[in-house]
Design a protein around this ligand. Structure first.
Ligand SMILES: *Cc1c(COP(=O)(O)O)cnc(C)c1O
Length: 454
């Protein structure tokens, strides 16, 4: 059969509250044109993020009931640790309440003024946590990864030549080398197994630990299987194990590729660093066998990790994005190519060329998607990344709007509705206006900034 169906039946449903365009205009104004400030029951289709929004399976809900809430030594931790190590064989697995807590602990230990940390592209919380320690986050993705229209199977690859030069020039300042898989801020693009091995070899040659930001490891493995020569016949779990065998540690948000609504971890091989991390964990998160989580959350993650490597699920997941992308192409809406693992990224700078980057074309498009269709998306562009450490403002590399797909939540008719919203906007796009920032905090400003139309 050619149709790739949702590989699940629906047992529990959540009603969607319908709203009118006039209502949404008012709500948008009240939210200061920041979609994070909306009440989610005023949203028809919520593509703000795929983070923590997954639908859990019947087995995960069963696992929730099995959760053991003992303060120390809970069997839930043993199941969680075993599920992580089954895929990522690191010596130490340290549970945290979400991915950024793992980042905060890691960079508290190895960051600091004068330090420089290279990656393909740091995600916003990673960058925020690095910069909070006074260190510098450096993005060294391949050139194709910065060009939304360039076709390349692995646009999340690190530029290995640039990394080598960077390590040679900054060896003393670099505490670790990172790689984000898939590369969320760069469009959900994967890194190849060959590139992961290349990064690992360079890190090893310079004596630096290699840390993977593994939030969407299963999607990355799916792309490796589909696109990398010699990988097609291999099992997803084997590809996952190969990816992490190269690394010395990882940070993870279980809100992504673990099907959980909360959670994360920091994994490390280095005993001394892990000891320091656990000390910090006890100060900021909790005892090492629960971190920032309840036992039931650890069990939901353990079960989620078994389900996320299912190939029927991954085929359906990536096909959903391709389906939307093919229809956006037919409307002439430019987008990042090829399609990402967890989202479709629309190139708002190209779609709305009359709005300059410093008037936030991505945010203008995101606001229009809400006003016209009640669809909530997320700007990934100059609003998110434009503020420089010295307080000045610079256009981000790209102005994208991310349509992130919650896992196992929406169906094909929801996808059709999103495409219809785009069709509406395409017919009036020359009338859309840019925005200005009225008020914003100095770091991670896109979450709480207040804006106004120009
Ligand atoms: C979501 C995400 C994080 C942070 O994880 P949280 O659980 O949201 O704190 C870090 N890196 C990447 C690539 C992410 O997508």
């Amino acid at each position: 059969m050619k149709t790739i169906i949702e590989p699940f039946r629906i047992k529990t449903v959540e009603p969607i509250r319908m709203t009118t365009r006039d209502e949404r205009k008012r709500l948008l104004h009240e939210a200061h044109y920041n979609l994070f400030a909306l009440h989610s029951d005023d949203v028809l289709i919520d593509l703000l993020t795929d983070s923590g929004t997954s639908a859990m399976s019947a087995e995960q809900w069963a696992a929730i009931m099995r959760g053991d809430e003992s303060y120390a030594g809970s069997p839930s931790f043993a199941r969680f640790e075993a599920a992580v190590k089954n895929l990522m064989p690191f010596a130490h697995v340290i549970p945290t309440h979400q991915g950024r807590a793992a980042e905060a602990i890691l960079f508290h230990l190895i960051g600091g003024p004068g330090r420089k940390i290279p990656s393909n592209t740091h995600f916003d919380t990673t960058r925020g946590n690095i910069e909070a320690t006074g260190a510098e986050a450096v993005d060294l993705v391949i050139a194709e990864g910065r060009d939304p229209s360039a076709e390349h199977p692995f646009k999340g690859n690190m530029d290995l030549a640039a990394l080598e030069t960077f390590l040679r020039e900054n060896a003393d300042a670099v505490p670790c080398v990172m790689l984000t898989i898939t590369n969320n801020a760069g469009g959900g693009q994967p890194a190849s197994l060959e590139n992961i091995r290349g990064v690992a070899a360079l890190a090893r040659a310079f004596g630096k630990p290699f840390i993977i930001d593994g939030c969407r490891f299963a999607e990355n493995a799916w792309f490796v299987k589909q696109r990398e020569p010699g990988q097609r016949a291999r099992k997803i779990v084997d590809i996952v194990r190969d990816m992490f065998a190269e690394a010395d540690g990882m940070t993870m948000s279980a809100k992504k590729d673990a099907f959980a609504n909360i959670g994360g971890w920091l994994a490390l091989n280095d005993d001394a660093l892990a000891r320091e991390a656990r000390t910090r964990l006890i100060q900021t998160e909790g005892f090492p066998t629960y971190g920032g989580l309840a036992g039931r959350d650890l069990d939901a993650i353990a079960q989620g990790l078994k389900e996320i490597v299912d190939e029927d699920y991954l085929a359906y997941r990536v096909r959903t994005n391709e389906y939307i992308a093919e229809r956006l192409d037919a409307l002439g809406a430019p987008r990042v190519r090829p399609v990402g693992g967890h989202a479709v990224f629309v190139d708002a700078r190209a779609f709305l060329p009359h709005i300059p980057p410093l008037a936030y074309p991505g945010q203008a498009l995101a606001c229009a998607l809400y006003e016209y269709g009640g669809v909530r998306s997320c700007e990934i562009g100059t609003l998110m990344f434009g503020r420089q450490p010295d307080g000045s403002e610079k256009p981000a590399a790209m102005d994208l709007v991310r349509l992130a797909m919650p896992r196992r939540v929406y169906t094909q008719s929801h996808a059709d509705y999103v495409v219809e919203t785009f069709a509406e906007i395409a017919s009036v796009k020359n009338r859309l206006r840019g925005l200005r920032i009225v008020e914003a905090p100095p770091a991670l400003r896109h979450f709480t900034a207040k804006l106004a139309p120009l």
